[in-house]
Design a protein. Structure first.
Length: 732
């Protein structure tokens, strides 16, 4: 049986590091799949525990020269602490480096055009420059040598390789000139020291910005109430929420966050669920209603029985879903991975050619000029921006989606959702409210309404189908006792059967019972033309009654369907209901294409039919009854509310039943992928333009270092724009 684990990785400096770890983990026998996310500093691994062990995975990462440990449930909090410590260490290193480099940078500025700056002779002393540059190169810059050595042992190259080679070339050339008999006019100590200072500054800014990309998960985690007021053995105890158990009775006062998923036992209140579902209007709650942990009790006192706690609670499942989406790799990332894998060796070759070209042909014999241009090529070509381009956008976009009630299962779904050309929707509970009502009962054989409801209620109370529940509610409302039926049997897409007082009772669709006597086709047709769903009641093989059930469409459906059509998406309704009723509902909702009378097991085939011509198809349903169709679609979307959401059963889960969630889904996907493409374009354009400029001698090494550092920061900041985009406009 396959297991999944997530490792926290430390010590990565660029995308090449992530690729090395990924390849190393994939080579372990028993590992089915490994994905390393450079931006999140995690590795997601699927493995066979009978062949591979968690300890082996960790040892392999450590063997490659990096740190690893299994991700804990409180990962966000302690990773924040670790990130803060790392930022503080980098800040201290940068301050020391900047302090030592400042005199060297001053002399460099004076020689690069700022002639008015006075330069004391002492600053030009090669031994002082050596004393200032050496600690920067070998103590503060030791991290680059360490990373380069790890890559060398694995017979690869990474960003550290480029930085170590570039700065070492400048430092040791200057040391050679300092020890030689010639004048000390061609010293490049400031190049190595200033480069390291600029790269550390870039790393510092990048770490701060990357920390903000996980802000969505942090906000979700902090929604959880830290304590709960629990009634045990007649005593109220204030306990940490981690100690609440299933079945505990929890008291929630007005203005408090509900600590667990559960069902209301006593009290009435309005609960604000916006932080989970994205819906701004409070929901009325009373005895029997379910509530979600982390939502806000606004007015009344509630007594709640805990049903889901810890890892099973809705908030914990949402956080897991967001983490998985952020750690997954979308197809577009494969392009960046292929480029990163060959980028560093190519750059090393270009740097060598630059050195040889300048030294032997362009400026023959000028070692300093050739070395300077080669260093500029090495430094500006660091592929950090390319490695960050996709994962930072995915992190920010999926986090923003979670805040809007849209949960993506992975990066592939995030990429595909915005490109769907056909959106197929189930009818009951998706286009309609999912709360059908029994409108009328028509006797066809002389039975009274009470007798009809008695027979129908006894059989239907064993079914969970929304139409069955509508009949049961009508029977209860009419005061009809619900008897116990025997030999209950359900026929998916057809109806149900049972025995009561020796009679064989069948309730089903007109098509299911069309062969039995007593069916009045004209009556059925008239009711269906009014948008009713008709169920027939058969007693001992003879149809005795016609039950008319209506399910109102969601009020936002017409506007949402219109917006989808404007976006170039064809909408299709797939339902097991009859053709007439389905067409009425589709007309009301603004859906032009209808597939009616489709049994649950046939829906997947219908979805596959819609995919002909290589069209991307999304299927929207409840995530459970429509599971085959959701699996068949390119993007399966589960619409639900509260703790019933089928997060694990679909590619995308919407935390609200409001159809505006579909518009938010499309907008989140399209905005995120647009951001990814922007990042990839600028990362590639930066290197494509920067390398030849540096090779042509128009870019000083220190300027190349500054540009390299700013490129990574700019990519991350561009991704962070997703967190501020007004994607909630479609909630109205």
């Amino acid at each position: 049986m396959q297991e999944h684990t997530t490792l926290e990785i430390s010590g990565m400096t660029c995308a090449n590091c992530a690729l090395r770890i990924e390849k190393g983990l994939s080579r372990i026998p028993g590992v089915e799949q490994a994905q390393v996310n450079f931006a999140m500093e995690t590795a997601s691994v699927d493995f066979d525990p009978g062949t591979a062990a968690l300890r082996q995975l960790i040892e392999k990462v450590e063997q490659l020269g990096y740190g690893a440990r299994e991700q804990r449930s409180d990962a966000i909090d302690h990773r924040d602490e670790e990130r803060d410590r790392e930022i503080r260490r980098t800040f201290v290193a940068w301050v020391c480096s900047a302090f030592l480099s400042a005199p060297l940078a001053y002399t460099m500025a004076a020689h690069l055009g700022l002639d008015f700056l006075p330069v004391p002779d002492v600053l030009m002393n090669p031994w002082l420059q050596l004393a200032l540059a050496a600690p920067v190169q070998f103590i503060i810059g030791a991290r680059f040598y360490s990373g380069a050595w790890r890559a060398l042992r694995d017979r690869s190259a990474n960003m550290d390789t480029l930085v170590a080679l570039g700065t070492s070339a400048a430092f040791f050339y200057s040391l050679y000139m300092s020890l030689g008999p010639t004048a000390h006019t061609e010293l490049y100590y400031e190049t190595s020291a200033v480069l390291i200072s600029l790269i550390l500054l870039g790393k510092l800014l990048e770490a701060r910005a990357r920390g903000r990309t996980s802000a969505a998960i942090q906000r979700l985690m902090h929604l959880q109430a830290p304590t709960a007021l629990v009634l045990r053995n007649g005593t109220e105890l204030l306990l940490p929420v981690e100690e609440v158990q299933v079945g505990d009775i929890v008291r929630v006062r007005p203005g408090e966050s509900i600590p667990v998923d559960g069902v209301v036992l006593e009290g009435e209140s309005a609960v604000n669920e916006a932080m989970i579902t994205g819906e701004s209007m409070p929901i009325e709650k009373r005895a029997g209603d379910r509530v979600i942990g982390a939502t806000l009790n606004q007015f009344g006192l509630l007594r709640i029985q805990a049903q889901k706690v810890g890892r099973d609670a809705t908030l914990a499942r949402i956080v897991r879903a967001v983490r998985e989406a952020q750690g997954a790799r979308p197809p577009i990332q494969r392009f960046a991975d292929r480029v990163s894998a060959i980028f560093t060796p190519i750059v090393l070759g270009i740097a060598l050619l630059t050195f040889l070209g300048w030294f032997f042909w362009v400026d023959s014999g000028n070692l300093a000029r050739a070395l300077e241009n080669a260093i500029a090529v090495l430094v500006i070509a660091c592929p950090c921006a390319l490695g960050l381009a996709t994962p930072t956008s995915i992190m920010a976009g999926s986090g923003r989606g979670a805040e809007l009630g849209v949960l993506f299962r992975g990066g592939e779904q995030l990429e595909h959702a915005g490109a769907v050309q056909v959106m197929a929707l189930d009818k009951t509970g998706t286009i309609t409210r999912g709360e059908p009502e029994l409108i009328s009962v028509t006797s066809l054989g002389g039975m009274s309404e009470q007798e009809i409801l008695t027979l129908a209620g006894a059989v239907e109370k064993n079914s969970e189908h929304p139409l069955a529940q509508a009949i049961v509610r009508a029977a209860q409302k009419a005061g009809v006792p619900l008897k116990e039926a025997d030999q209950f049997q359900a026929f998916p897409g057809g109806g149900v059967e049972g025995r009561l007082d020796g009679q064989r009772i069948v309730i089903g669709s007109p098509d299911f019972l069309k062969s039995q006597p007593g069916v009045e086709a004209s009556t059925v047709a008239q009711l269906e033309s009014q948008g009713m769903t008709v169920a027939l009641l058969s007693v001992d093989g003879v149809v005795q009654a016609c039950l008319s059930i209506a399910d109102q469409i969601r009020p936002e459906a017409p506007a949402v369907m219109a917006r989808l059509r404007e976006s170039g998406i064809e909408t299709v309704m797939i339902t097991g209901d009859n053709q007439r009723t389905a067409e009425v509902i589709a007309h009301q909702a603004g859906i032009s294409r209808v597939m009616a009378g489709v049994k649950p097991e046939e829906k997947a085939a219908m979805v596959n039919g819609l995919k002909r011509g290589n069209r991307l198809v999304a299927m929207v349903g409840d995530g459970i009854n429509d599971a085959p169709a959701l699996a068949a679609a390119d993007v399966g979307v589960a619409m639900s509310t509260g703790s019933d959401i089928a997060i694990e059963s679909a590619d995308v889960a919407l935390l609200s039943a409001d159809l505006h969630g579909l518009l938010r889904l499309i907008e989140v996907s399209r905005s995120t992928m647009r951001n990814v493409r922007q990042n990839l374009f600028w990362a590639l354009a930066y290197n494509t333009l920067g390398i030849p400029i540096a090779a042509a001698g128009f870019l000083a090494p220190w300027l190349a270092g500054a540009a390299m550092a700013l490129s990574s920061v700019s990519v991350t900041l561009n991704a962070l724009r997703l967190q501020r985009m007004p994607m909630g406009k479609d909630r109205s």
